[in-house]
Design a protein around this ligand. Structure first.
Ligand code: HEC
Length: 110
């Protein structure tokens, strides 16, 4: 698995990092607590499943597995979570974003 290209990294940062990295951008959601404990829990929970901050440390086979899961989630439009998009609209993946991610994943799985 090669380096993550800048374009891909920037999509992941905007749409996934709050829940899937150690770089959660807290300020926006601290303002809305206690409205959404449910969402806060998702932010913490997401990292247990996939943490991009630890990407470098994954073995190739674990990266492959993660890429397949990312592909599944974005194709099914399950990620980013809908509850999160309500508050964080810029995280919504455009058709182009999805295509960029898919191209990157395909390239790395083949
Ligand atoms: C609001 C928080 C949140 C955001 C934003 C988010 N996720 Fe998730 N993600 C979760 C949670 C919580 C889970 C685990 C529970 C579930 O599957 O619903 C999860 C699970 C996953 C899984 C499944 C891992 C497994 O072990 O099955 C993948 C893959 C994933 N997310 C990818 C992404 C990608 C790619 C993005 C950005 C496009 C993204 N997520 C954005 C919270 C989030």
């Amino acid at each position: 698995v090669e380096e993550v290209p800048v374009k891909v990294a920037s999509i992941l940062k905007t749409s996934c990092y709050d829940c899937h990295s150690n770089n959660t951008n807290y300020p926006w959601y601290q303002n809305i607590t206690p409205v959404n404990y449910y969402l806060a829990e998702h932010i913490n929970d997401g990292k247990k499943h996939l943490n991009f901050s630890e990407w470098e440390n994954l073995s190739t086979s674990k990266k492959h597995h993660a890429l397949k899961e990312i592909l599944e989630e974005i194709e099914a439009k399950k990620m980013p979570l809908k509850s999160y998009l309500l508050l964080h609209q810029q995280a919504k993946l455009s058709a182009t974003d999805i295509q960029t991610l898919k191209n990157w994943i395909d390239k790395n799985l083949n």
